[in-house]
Design a binder for this molecule. Sequence first.
Ligand SMILES: [Zn+2]
Length: 200
Amino acid sequence: MVLAYDGAIQRLIDSFASLPGIGPKGAQRIAFYLLQAPDVESQRLVDAISEVKAKVKFCEICGNVCESSPCAICSDPRRDHTTICVVEEPKDVMSIENTREYRGLYQVLGGAINPMANIGPSDLNIAQLLNRLKDGQVKEVIVALNPNIEGEATTTYLSRLLTPLDIKVTRLASGLPVGGDLEYADEITLSRALEGRREV
Ligand SMILES: [Zn+2]
């Protein structure tokens, strides 16, 4: 039998442990840290979580996180509205923005095709992307998915779908670590991959 703490503290540990990237030990450390922290500090965390759940939504155009939809990127007339960069998650938008190489728009898919986890094309924002390509304004779609099996499968699926549409479809150049995650690529590697993108 695994020993557990009584009531509230164990519930807090379990809540942290269920989050991505936090193991049971880390969850316990954070829970006890908060228990001993000044009330104002723990309240700041509670408020930040409530605020994010109340205010943050997904952009109706690109699927990125925002406080007012359309997001700041979609509604910025100075951005290049003829290019869409397709990424898996909102955090990938941030990674590409940090390169300062890209001035176009985004489409956040909300994941990648993964048969093992029962995630198929219809679970992703692919219809949203196709809808945006209808008016002929978009000339290039840059597929910037994670360099792993799921990202590759999704890139292949998208390129088959987009090729007949007479839009230039490119993907990031190699140089990104295979099996890795866009989030962990350093800015120089990512901006080179963006610069060296090739047609699919
Ligand atoms: Zn948007």
